[in-house]
Design a protein around this ligand. Structure first.
Ligand SMILES: NC(=O)c1ccc[n+]([C@@H]2O[C@H](COP(=O)([O-])OP(=O)(O)OC[C@H]3O[C@@H](n4cnc5c(N)ncnc54)[C@H](OP(=O)(O)O)[C@@H]3O)[C@@H](O)[C@H]2O)c1
Length: 352
């Protein structure tokens, strides 16, 4: 069967990863795009959005039954939970429900792309082997990313479609109202420090200021995702996806302070989740004072995620050469990326 258009089903369309992927697919111009999320969204041009509860198998099957042209599923939905074990059932169920709904009705299905991360390597648990490689052994469960990959691998056997497992580092890009958004954490923390007339202090654990890290630009991730999904030789494999450079906060933090026109002061370990909880009134005051977009405090402040990232007092990077050897040669300068995303937040009047 030859289809004129490729049709992308972006699962988690409002997320930091899904939203940036949709923007890239629109730019490419030769994709029909269907976005799935709980909140839904506008249907315009080549994008249609469906509001669906993917935890509900019946709702998912009913609302997706007409999506017979889907050629590529880009899975980037995420349900947050307080513990690693609790993450497994909902995150596995959503993927299973999507595949159960689409596979029987979409005969031209070519690829299912699964968004994972360095959690596969135990990066969230403690000092893990660096650089992490796609061939590294799994760690002790629970680990929802592994359950999801196991499901896809088993389901693919004997089928024409292929799967891929994508492993970015921390993803940096524009999004609001999502639980893992480091750029917003830094931008809002810096803006509030400035509003209070205090210098910018790194709030992480001792040691975290000096560890070696890498990030993944959301635009680069989108380009890599599409590259992998549309190159048959990349099928049925995992790929690390990172900017291609490394940094330490001790060098980046003063540059961030300069961007915000602030002085930098020595680090002071503190839990943002604790220290920032009483700052909603300050935020609302800043919205009025600086004429900002009316973004609720809960939508800009994924403080728990900030605590996690700034708590990594160990090296945090993976080997990204497998993808480059497969022919994807894009890279992003991490310093330039942070400043671009902060400028974007400023242009959108999210921060002063
Ligand atoms: N963010 C990072 O820095 C990062 C780094 C590495 C790996 N990852 C991985 O990438 C994946 C995606 O993460 P993300 O940060 O992009 O997630 P996110 O910003 O929280 O987005 C999650 C998306 O899933 C949708 N969703 C959640 N529950 C749903 C449900 N029951 N029904 C329908 N849609 C639902 C949300 O819809 P609504 O918007 O309507 O709520 C949202 O669009 C996760 O597996 C995560 O571990 C993330």
């Amino acid at each position: 069967m030859t289809l004129k258009q490729k049709t992308a089903l972006v699962v988690g369309a409002n997320g930091i990863i899904g939203g940036n992927l949709i923007r890239y697919l629109v730019e490419l111009g030769d994709w029909e795009i269907v976005g799935l999320s709980r909140r839904g969204g506008k249907t315009e041009g080549k994008i249609s959005n469906i509001a669906v509860d993917l935890l509900d198998a019946v709702d998912t099957r009913e609302k997706l039954a007409h999506l017979t042209d889907v050629t590529h599923i880009f899975y980037a939905a995420y349900q947050d939970r307080p513990s690693w074990a609790e993450l497994v059932p909902p995150n596995l169920a959503m993927l299973v429900n999507v595949v159960n709904a689409i596979e029987p009705v979409a005969p031209a299905l070519q690829h299912i792309s699964l968004m994972q991360g360095y959690k596969v390597y135990g990066a969230h648990l403690g000092p893990f082997k660096t650089p992490a490689r796609e061939t590294d052994a799994n760690h002790m469960p629970p680990e929802f990313n592994i359950n999801q990959q196991d499901f896809l691998e088993a389901r693919q056997k004997g089928k024409d479609w292929t799967w891929s497992a994508l492993r970015p580092s921390v993803v940096i890009g524009f999004a609001l109202g999502n639980p893992m958004n480091l750029a917003s954490v830094i931008a809002v923390y810096a803006s509030m420090s400035k509003e209070l007339g205090i210098p910018l202090r790194f709030p992480g654990k001792p040691g975290a200021y000096d560890s070696l890290l890498e990030m993944t630009d959301a635009g680069l991730l989108a380009r890599a995702t599409v590259f992998i999904a549309t190159n048959r030789q990349c099928g049925n494999q995992a790929f690390n996806i990172n900017n291609g450079d490394l940094f330490r906060w001790n060098e980046m933090w003063p540059k961030i302070a300069t961007f915000f026109d602030m002085n930098v002061a020595p680090p002071l370990p503190m839990s943002l989740n604790v220290i920032m909880t009483d700052k909603e009134a300050l935020w609302n005051g800043m919205i009025k004072k600086h004429g900002l977009t009316n973004t609720p405090y809960t939508n800009v402040s994924s403080w728990g995620f900030g605590d996690a990232v700034f708590g990594w007092n160990y090296d945090f990077f993976a080997d990204g050469t497998k993808l480059r050897r497969a022919g994807f040669h894009d890279f992003v300068d991490t310093e330039e990326m942070f400043m671009r995303v902060f400028r974007d937040l400023r242009d959108r009047k999210i921060i002063p």
